[in-house]
Design a binder for this molecule. Structure first.
Ligand code: URA
Length: 434
């Protein structure tokens, strides 16, 4: 086999067979396929598509380009993946809640991508927390605390690591086949018994329309189920940030509030919806409603908070985090309130613009080598449908410098539309693919 013949097949709109895709994925992982060949492969897949069978074969090939983890645990291994949004800190609420319900959750997570925040960057806002741990230590933490949120080691789906970097610079990120294989190769490498996908849709998501989100959700669920992992998806609204804060430490603060105050919030609602489906798919409860109630209860009564504290302590976090979380989180030196200039209702929020404002403040990376400032971001964000008058706070900017705060304030004002009459607020769960 050689890379040229596989690329030529794709150029002729033929789909390479599973053996050829496995050969190519191994070549990506061991370096025998060149960057030029990888770029041509990605572009050919983008242009011609692979179809459901080819997509599943590429996913398994990329999963098997590295190690596939195995577990020796006394309960189901389950996981959740989000396609990315703003103020989306669901993983940090859901993972401890699922563990508290008796599941094991080896959640291999990512860093910020574009305008969206990354779970690992958020966790690292907690002093001492390290998300790069060995596979042996991951297995140990999982057995002891039931859940671990960690970065992928170099042994997990190395073909994806290489291809992703090449797609990023060859305008080939936006391919249903490549996105599916990329996401699932990493998730399936942790050998979950069941997986739930939170496919985000709207202004703060990568998929702006329901139709795009539906296509991605269908491709992901079909492929993961074909690979033998029981998988469902919820398409959820991202036309406004999920939590009222964006930025690493600020989102951790929201997570701690949700886990410790027992109050209902969009974050708890989505966590219960996703967790309910997952517990049901894993056979741990009779149906999704029973699962939803179970998740809501362990969040409400503080057991998920206690579990989160143990998870953080296991990866180097402070022992008294849950009791005294505000003391541990970094704070920005410049705090600036952004207020409404007119009276009316919040009718639209440009989530992507808000996310990019946080990146510009230093809360995300513009280039790979950027060092994140965990303290910066936005808090106290209004929600769609809120009534405001001139002077009502729309958000609070947390910045390292006054000029950066002023620029972010301008972006926030432009990103929040105030209209004369309220508009219908989208349902949090738009569609279920079960
Ligand atoms: N996230 C991934 O891991 N891969 C993609 O291709 C897109 C989002």
């Amino acid at each position: 086999m050689d890379a040229r013949s596989i690329i030529a097949k794709l150029r002729r709109r033929e789909v390479p067979d599973a053996g050829e895709l496995a050969w190519f994925a191994h070549g990506l992982a061991d370096g025998s396929v060149s960057d030029a060949q990888a770029g041509a492969f990605a572009m050919a897949v983008c242009m011609g598509g692979l179809g459901p069978e080819g997509r599943a074969a590429l996913t398994l090939a990329m999963r098997d380009s590295g190690e596939v983890l195995t577990w020796n645990l006394d309960g189901p291994v389950i996981d959740k993946h989000s396609t990315g949004g703003v103020g989306d800190c669901v993983s940090l609420v859901l993972a401890p809640a699922l563990a508290e319900c008796g599941a094991y959750v080896p959640m291999i997570s990512g860093r910020g991508l574009g305008h969206t925040g990354g779970t690992l960057d958020k966790l690292e806002a907690i002093p001492g927390v390290s998300t790069q741990i060995s596979q042996d230590r991951l297995a140990q933490i999982l057995a002891e605390t039931g859940a671990a949120i960690v970065g992928a080691t170099t042994q997990i789906a190395p073909a994806d690591k290489r291809l992703y970097a090449i797609r990023d610079v060859t305008a080939t990120v936006e391919s249903l086949d490549l996105i599916t294989a990329s996401i699932l190769s990493k998730k399936l490498a942790a050998s979950p018994d069941a997986l739930v996908l939170d496919v985000k849709m709207g202004s703060g998501a990568f998929m702006k329309t329901l139709d795009e989100a539906r296509k991605l959700a269908q491709a992901l669920t079909e492929t993961a189920n074909a690979a033998g992992c029981r998988t469902s998806a919820l398409i959820t609204d991202m036309n406004q940030p999920l939590a009222p804060a964006l930025g690493n430490a600020l989102e951790i603060a929201e997570v701690m509030k949700v886990l410790t105050d027992g109050q209902p919030s969009p974050l708890t609602e989505i966590s219960a919806e996703l967790g309910g489906v997952l517990l049901s798919d894993a056979g741990m409860v009779g149906d999704a409603q029973a699962g939803r109630d179970m998740i809501a209860e362990v969040i409400r009564d503080g057991r998920a908070a206690e579990r989160f504290g143990r998870m953080m302590a296991a990866v180097g976090g402070p022992l008294g985090l849950v009791e005294d979380w505000a003391r541990y989180l970094p704070e920005a030196s410049v705090i600036l309130e952004v207020t409404a200039q007119d009276e009316g209702y919040v009718t639209a929020m440009d989530g992507e613009a808000l996310g990019l404002a946080v990146v510009a403040l230093g809360g995300g990376r513009q280039v790979e080598s950027d060092v994140i400032d965990p303290a910066v971001g936005l808090s106290g964000l209004v929600r769609l449908g809120d009534k405001v008058s001139a002077g009502t706070p729309l958000a609070v900017v947390h910045a390292a410098r006054e000029d950066a705060a002023q620029r972010a304030a301008q972006t926030v004002r432009a990103a929040i539309t105030i209209g004369p009459a309220p508009v219908p607020v989208p349902e949090l769960v738009q569609e279920r693919i079960l």
